[in-house]
Design a protein around this ligand. Structure first.
Ligand code: GDP
Length: 763
C-alpha cells in the first residue's frame, strides 16, 4: 500500500513523516528536479500483513503548476497511483490550509484529512469539530498532534481501513457548473485519470491543461480565462468560510496576536516602504558612517568639531582616540575597522622593519601583508552588514518586505520572491543565485541571476570604500560615505533597468501569484546568529589565506621581475612583466577613463580589474600590494606630498597612492568602481551561474555582464568628465526604449528563424 502525505509548507508534514517511518526513511530527489523526495516504510506495532510505503510530497499551497514543488505533488497525486492521500492541515491556520484540501478532493483518489497541531488549538482555547468537517467533506477527518504523537495511531487505523476507491468531488457551486460540465465531458472523452480535477484546472486557466491537444478550443468555447480563474478561487474561499470554518469555535483568547499588531504597522499600505528605507539606511549608517551621531550638514552649520590632530594629544593617545573620533564620532562599524587597521599597520611596519634583505621585506611587508591587510581590514564591516541582514531575516521582517515589495516588483516584471536572492546578493552572489530556485518562471529566474552581481557583494565592498575614501581624501571632494551609498544605489538602478529591459525583450514571461508564509515575528537567536557569522568569517578568512594570498604573491613577483627574470626594485616596476601585461590590455579601458590616458603607472588599474575576475577582493589586494611599493618609492611618486600618502587606513592609503602615481581623475575612479561592480563576477559566482543556467543562456549572461559594465562605466566617466555628454546618453537610451516599444507593438519585425519541432513540421 502506498500513502502520500500532502500539505502546505510548515504544516508539520516532516514531523509526521518521521514519526510514521522512523529510521526507514531515506531522502533523494524527484527525478529531473531539485525538489527533495522523502520515502519510508510505516512501522506498525501490530505486524500488518501489508507493507505500507509512505511518500512525503513537497509542501505546496496549491496544485497549480507554478513551482516545481507543485508540479511534483500534482503529478504524483494524479498519476503516481497512491492508495491514499493524507492531507495534513495546520488547524491553527484552517482557512489557508483547507484551500489546498478543496483541490485535493477533486482528484479521484481516497483522501484522509489529518487536522494537525491540535495541541496548539487546545492551548489557545479553540475547539474544532472534526465530525462536522468530516460530514461536510465526505472523507475521514482525524485530529492529531504530529509533535506530541496524539491521535497518530488512530489516524493510521482509519487510513488502513479506508476504502481504496473514491471519485473526486468539487466545492464549486452552480455559477460555474455549466462551464465545468463541458470541460468534464472533454476530459472524460479523452479518457484521462481524474477528469474532474483536470476540468477544474482548465477553468483555473492552468498552463499545463491548456497545453493538451484540443483543450484550448474547449477553453475558448466556455470562456475559460483569468475571469473564471478568479471565480474559482473566490468560490473555494467562500465555501471554506461558509461551510468549513464554522466547525471552529474561538476561545476567549484575544483575536489578534502580537505579530498581527506589529504587521499592521510594518506592512502598512503606505508606511511599509518608508519604514523599510529608514531601516536600510540605519543598517548602512551604523556600519559605515564616519559621522555617526550627527549628519555632516548639521555639523558644518555649527562650525564642526576639532579634528583629532587639533586636540593637542601625545602621539599614542592621538592614535587611540583616532580610532573612535576624528571631527565626528565614528559608527560602530568604522570603529571596528579602525581597530583592525591600526593593528595591521603596526604588524606590517614591525615585520617590514625586522627583515633585512630588501627584496624579502618588499615581498613580505608590501606584497603579502599589504595585499592581505587591505582586504582583511574590511572583515569587521562585512560581518556587521551581514549580521544586520541575518537579524532582519531571523526576525521574520525580510519575508514581510518581500510581500510588500511584490506589488512594486510586478511593475518591473518580477515577483516578490526575487527580492530574497537580490538582498542575499549584498552578501554573496553564490548562495543568492542558488536561492533563485524558488522562482517558478524560468525567464524571471534567468533575469534575476543576471542582475544579482549588481547587488554589490561583501567582496566588492572594499573596492567601494577604499576608492571612495581615496577620492574624498585626495580630491577633497564629496563625502566618502555618500559615494559608497551612491555606488550601491547605482548597482540597484542598473539592476532595475536591466530587468525591465530583459522582461520586455528576451526574457518575457508571466509572474505567478505571490503566496508566501509569513512566519510569526520572533527574537533572533544569538547562537544561530553567531554560527552564521562564524561561517561567513571562516569563508572570508580562508579565501584571504588561499586565493588572495597566492594572488598577492604572484602580483608582487610579476611586478618585480622583468622578462629576463631579473629582480627589479620598486622604482623599476614599470619595466616588469606585470606592467607589460597591464599595458597590453590598458587601451581597452580608455573609453572608461582608466586606460591609456592616465600616467605611467596607469596599467595598475587594468591589472586590478583583471585580478578581480578571480576574486573581487583582489582588486584592493592588488592596490595594497602595488600601492605599498609606490608608497615605498615616496618622492618618486609624481608630486605626492607626504600628507597624501599618510592616509590612516590601509586600503584607502593604497588607493591614494595609486591616484597620486597615475594622476587619474575622479570620474575615472568612479567609472572604475562601477566597472568592477557590474562586470563579470568572480570565478565562484560564474561557476554557480553556469551550473544554474543552460549553456547558451550562460554565454549570453557573460556577454550581458561585459556589455552592461562597459556601457555604464563609459557613461559614468564621460558624463563625469564632460557633463554635456549626458544628453547624448539620454538620447541613446530614448532611442533604445523607442525601438523596443515599437518592436513589442509589432511595428518592427525581425525575420523569423525557422524552428524544427519534434513533430518534424516547420514553424
Ligand atoms: P513541514 O514544513 O510541513 O515539513 O513542517 P515541519 O514538520 O517541519 O513542522 C513545522 C513546525 O511545526 C516544526 O517546528 C514542528 O516542530 C512544528 N509542529 C509540527 N507538528 C506539530 C504539532 O502537532 N504541534 C505543535 N505544537 N507543533 C508542531
Amino acid at each position: 500500500m502506498k500513502i502520500a502525505l500532502i500539505g502546505n509548507p510548515n504544516c508539520g508534514k516532516t514531523t509526521l513523516f518521521n514519526r510514521l517511518t522512523g529510521s526507514t526513511a531515506h531522502v533523494g530527489n524527484w527525478p529531473g528536479v531539485t525538489v527533495e523526495k522523502r520515502e519510508g516504510v510505516y512501522k506498525t506495532k501490530s505486524r500488518a500483513a501489508e507493507k505500507v510505503e509512505i511518500v512525503d510530497l513537497p509542501g505546496v499551497y496549491s496544485l497549480s503548476p507554478y513551482t516545481p514543488e507543485e508540479v511534483v505533488s500534482r503529478n504524483f497525486m494524479i498519476d503516481g497511483q497512491p492508495d491514499l492521500i493524507i492531507n495534513i492541515v495546520d488547524a491553527t491556520n484552517l482557512e489557508r490550509n483547507l484551500y489546498l484540501t478543496t483541490q485535493v478532493l477533486e482528484a479521484d483518489v481516497p483522501v484522509l484529512v489529518a487536522l494537525n497541531m491540535t495541541d496548539v488549538v487546545e492551548r489557545d482555547g479553540d475547539v474544532i469539530d472534526a465530525g462536522k468537517l468530516e460530514s461536510e467533506l465526505g472523507v475521514p477527518v482525524v485530529p492529531i498532534s504530529a509533535l506530541k504523537g496524539a491521535g497518530v495511531d488512530k489516524m493510521m487505523e482509519r487510513a488502513l481501513s479506508a476504502p481504496r476507491e473514491r471519485s473526486g468531488v468539487t466545492v464549486l457551486g452552480k455559477a460555474l457548473s455549466d462551464k465545468l460540465d463541458v470541460a468534464l465531458e472533454f476530459y472524460k472523452s479523452e479518457g484521462v485519470k481524474s477528469p474532474l480535477f483536470h476540468a477544474v484546472k482548465l477553468l483555473e486557466n492552468d498552463e499545463t491543461e491548456l497545453a493538451r491537444a484540443g483543450a484550448k478550443e474547449v477553453a475558448q468555447k466556455i470562456g475559460a480565462g483569468e475571469d473564471t480563474e478568479a471565480a474559482v478561487v473566490d468560490e473555494r474561499y467562500k465555501y471554506i468560510v461558509a461551510k468549513l470554518a464554522v466547525a471552529r469555535t474561538r476561545g476567549k483568547k484575544e483575536k489578534f496576536s502580537r505579530s498581527d499588531k506589529i504587521d499592521r504597522v510594518l506592512t502598512h499600505r503606505i508606511w511599509a516602504l518608508p519604514i523599510f528605507a529608514v531601516i536600510l539606511f540605519a543598517v548602512f549608517h551604523v556600519t559605515f558612517a564616519e559621522d555617526f551621531l550627527y549628519i555632516g550638514a548639521w555639523a558644518s552649520l555649527g562650525g564642526g568639531l576639532p579634528a583629532v590632530s587639533e586636540l593637542g594629544l601625545n602621539e599614542g593617545l592621538q592614535t587611540f582616540v583616532g580610532i573612535f573620533y576624528d571631527g565626528a564620532v565614528f559608527s560602530p562599524g568604522v570603529i571596528l575597522f579602525n581597530m583592525f587597521d591600526t593593528l595591521f599597520s603596526t604588524i606590517q611596519d614591525a615585520i617590514g622593519g625586522a627583515i633585512g634583505a630588501q627584496w624579502l621585506s618588499g615581498l613580505v611587508a608590501d606584497g603579502v601583508l599589504g595585499g592581505l591587510f587591505a582586504v582583511l581590514g574590511f572583515l569587521p564591516q562585512i560581518l556587521m552588514l551581514f549580521m544586520w541582514f541575518s537579524v532582519l531575516e531571523d526576525t521574520g521582517y525580510m519575508a514581510r518586505i518581500a510581500f510588500v515589495l511584490d506589488r512594486i516588483f510586478r511593475r518591473f516584471g518580477l515577483s516578490g520572491r526575487s527580492f530574497m536572492p537580490m538582498i542575499m546578493g549584498f552578501g554573496c552572489s553564490v548562495p543568492a543565485m542558488i536561492n533563485t530556485r524558488t522562482l517558478s518562471d524560468e525567464n524571471e529566474r534567468v533575469a534575476t541571476i543576471r542582475v544579482i552581481p549588481f547587488f554589490s557583494c561583501g567582496a566588492k565592498l572594499p573596492i567601494l570604500t577604499a576608492i571612495a575614501g581615496g577620492i574624498s581624501q585626495y580630491f577633497g571632494v564629496g563625502n566618502a560615505e555618500f559615494i559608497t551609498y551612491g555606488m550601491y544605489l547605482l548597482g540597484v538602478c542598473v539592476a532595475v533597468v536591466s530587468v525591465l529591459l530583459m522582461r520586455h525583450t528576451t526574457m518575457r514571461g508571466s509572474i505567478p501569484p505571490f503566496i508566501m508564509e509569513l512566519p510569526a515575528y520572533r527574537r533572533p537567536r544569538f547562537k544561530s546568529l553567531m554560527l552564521h557569522l562564524w561561517d561567513k568569517a571562516k569563508h572570508f578568512i580562508k579565501k584571504a589565506f588561499t586565493v588572495i594570498f597566492v594572488s598577492t604573491v604572484v602580483i608582487w613577483l610579476l611586478s618585480h621581475i622583468d622578462f629576463a627574470w631579473q629582480y627589479l626594485p620598486d622604482e623599476k616596476m614599470n619595466e616588469s612583466i606585470l606592467a607589460s601585461i597591464g599595458k597590453l590590455v590598458q587601451p581597452l579601458f580608455t573609453p572608461l577613463g582608466f586606460g591609456s590616458q592616465i600616467g605611467e603607472y596607469g596599467w595598475v588599474f587594468a591589472v586590478a580589474a583583471l585580478t578581480g575576475l578571480i576574486a573581487k577582493e583582489n582588486v584592493i589586494a592588488t592596490f595594497g600590494t602595488l600601492g605599498a611599493c609606490l608608497i615605498a618609492l615616496g618622492a618618486n611618486v609624481g608630486g605626492a606630498t607626504g600628507d597624501m600618502l599618510l592616509g590612516d587606513e590601509e586600503g584607502i592609503t593604497s588607493a591614494v597612492a595609486m591616484i597620486t602615481a597615475t594622476g587619474i581623475s575622479a570620474p575615472a575612479l568612479i567609472a572604475f568602481i562601477a566597472f568592477n561592480m557590474l562586470t563579470v563576477p568572480c570565478f565562484a559566482a560564474c561557476a554557480t551561474a553556469k551550473a544554474e543556467l543552460k549553456k547558451g543562456t550562460f554565454r549570453m549572461t557573460l556577454l550581458f555582464w561585459i556589455v552592461t559594465s562597459y556601457t555604464v562605466s563609459a557613461a559614468v566617466y564621460t558624463v563625469g568628465a564632460w557633463w554635456w555628454t549626458l544628453f547624448i546618453w539620454l538620447a541613446a537610451v530614448a532611442a533604445a526604449v523607442t525601438i523596443i516599444t515599437l518592436f513589442n507593438k509589432g511595428k518592427i519585425k525581425l525575420p523569423r528563424r525557422k524552428v524544427k519541432n519534434d513533430g518534424g513540421e516547420t514553424k
